[in-house]
Design a protein around this ligand. Sequence first.
Ligand code: SF4
Length: 394
Amino acid sequence: MPPMKNLCSSGGSSVASPHEIAVRTDLKLNIRNSKPQKLVPLLLDWFAAHARDLPWRRTRDPYAIWVSEIMLQQTQVKAVIPFWERWMHELPTIAATAKAPSAKIHKLWEGLGYYTRVRNLQKAALVILEKHGGKFPERFEDVLALPGIGRYTAGAIGSIAFNQPTPILDGNVIRVLTRLFGIAENPKEKKTNTRLWELAEKLVRQAFSIKHPAWPACSHLNQSLMELGALVCTPRNPQCLICPVKKLCGAFKENCVEALPYLGKRETATARHFTAFIIEYKDKFLVRQRPAGVVNALLWEFPNVEVTDTKPDAATTFQKLYGVKPKIIQPLCTVKHSITRYRITLGAFSVSLAKRPAKKTGRWLAPKEFDSLAFASAHKKLASAAAKSILSDR
Ligand code: SF4
């Protein structure tokens, strides 16, 4: 291969910083060889040989594919598999999801996070029952109109379940396309985002023209982009040497693979501190349900309060909240987790009471009852610490 001009280098450095790339105006698309006609067969062949055997890939049922796509938003494939299998076993049809009690869908989703997804899933199931006679709609516009379904999910269902040439663009696909086509601009910017959707559409339309006897080509093409992003074209240490499209890849040729995609400055995380009280009275613990319309709405948790001090006086805070002095209060554990841009530290204290507080909202639960309710994930950890603390006291 003739030596290429290194469009990503700057001065003596072989790899430019993302910012340097972003402001370059001479970084032209080198897509002469990267035309969809050449890329698509390579991607399809690679997918046929290397696709992971995932349970939702063994079906064309749009309901099953829809559930998998919603679960896969913000969650890794490996983590989703048991959730998806349990969900499909418990709620195997659209009607079953539409009619399931709210507590049941939250319990089935417990641990996946972002619970608005599951509430929208149920709302959409109800719409399908009412407007589409319980049959998952095939028209892209009808799918897009369902609660909780955006352009990506509608495109994924359209292509995977119905083999329609509907494009997809998520984080994995953005990474693959920006690298393949050497796109140095920020994909969050409208113009670049539009261009990426157009490229994704060109690829899937090219696949649509292929009538393969064994493969639904649109489905496989879209999934090949996701799969390549997940397995080969990873954010760090991409496996370019074994990549099926390396000969057509702009970033690989120009040695700027890890500089793409350029996502601009990262938003800085904000630290927040909470104190949680694991209040025990006669071997039962006080828990409460979060209200509607807040993060983790309708999930259960131990009483807690946000504090400004990183080392709060837990006894005083407790007394202010409940109007009684704890008999014993001592640190139990600390749970750290993130919600969106917040880095949350939850300091939990075991509280023993001489008598039940008059002022309380919530339910008193024995540890063996914890599993009957859906807890926010940090509080699920507190529940298991609370159960252990009772056992160790005996
Ligand atoms: Fe991604 Fe490397 Fe393949 Fe290009 S050659 S698509 S950068 S894995």
